[in-house]
Design a protein around this ligand. Structure first.
Ligand code: SAM
Length: 241
């Protein structure tokens, strides 16, 4: 089951259970939301969701109750939703949010890219990677990004970087990989198995798949570079057979 759907099921089940408990125990209605919150967190644990979901489930309805007390106009909620959609795209499907490669990752990436390589940044975000690598005049740079706001920001940041650089809006899973010597991905654990299947199908022998931070289950990397940053992050490199 998709995590977003599972989250909905957990919240609704906790709401119904809390209602039932209120009736059985003869409690006042004010107990409903604390009970719902505790039950939602417990169900999330039982469903073996990762820990951050426990907290989200615990806080979701209490936050709603608080927000309702502030009496905010419904337009604010719509505005926030639209902003999140523009910033993150269909993150419920991709399960890859926006965060940016840091300086250590950029420097390490620059060093492993062969002379004259054609590089694709899968999920280019706000163009941080491409903008950094523009200094390497020998490289042919490309990036694909599906979320609206990061894409336009990247376009602005990369304006004037030369016509050789290509950035387009699209789905990375529908982007052919065969023409690239190196493909860089800073995605999420959820995205890696499908990316590996795609890379194996499409990438040419000898080309490089480079992942910032996230490994591929059951596929040890051919090279691992410690970034020595505060997160203890690494670059993982697979050379296609
Ligand atoms: C963690 S950010 C990395 C941004 C940039 N590559 C960097 O390293 O700074 C991942 C990016 O991938 C984008 N993304 C996620 N799924 C995608 C998809 N299916 N197609 C295109 N872009 C996607 C997200 O919107 C986000 O901007």
């Amino acid at each position: 089951m998709r995590p977003a759907l599972l989250a909905l099921v957990v919240q609704l089940a906790a709401a119904a259970l809390a209602l039932g408990l209120l009736n059985v125990l003869g409690l006042q209605a004010a107990w409903w939301w604390p009970l719902q919150a505790l039950l939602a967190a417990s169900l999330s644990i039982l469903a073996r969701q990762p820990r951050w979901w426990w907290l989200i489930h615990l806080l979701f309805v209490p936050t709603l109750v608080l927000a309702l007390q502030w009496g905010l106009s419904p337009w604010w909620y719509l505005l926030l939703f639209v902003l999140a959609l523009l910033l993150f795209g269909r993150v419920d499907r991709s399960r890859v949010p926006l965060y940016l490669s840091n300086q250590a990752a950029l420097q390490a990436l620059e060093q492993v890219l062969p002379q004259g390589a054609r590089l694709l940044d899968l999920g280019a975000g706000t163009g941080t990677v491409l903008r950094y690598l523009v200094r390497r005049k020998d490289l042919q740079l490309a990036g694909v990004e599906h979320a609206c706001l990061p894409y336009w920001l990247a376009k602005l940041r990369l304006a004037g970087s030369g016509s050789a650089l290509k950035l387009w809006r699209g789905d990375l899973m529908r982007t052919p990989l065969a023409e690239y010597d190196a493909v860089y991905a800073f995605l999420s654990p959820a995205a890696m198995p499908a990316l590996w299947e795609k890379a194996r199908r499409e990438m040419r022998s000898g080309s490089l798949l480079i992942s910032n931070t996230f490994t591929i289950p059951g596929q040890p990397a051919d090279q691992v570079i410690e970034l020595n940053d505060w997160k203890g992050a690494r670059l993982y490199l697979w050379r296609m057979p």
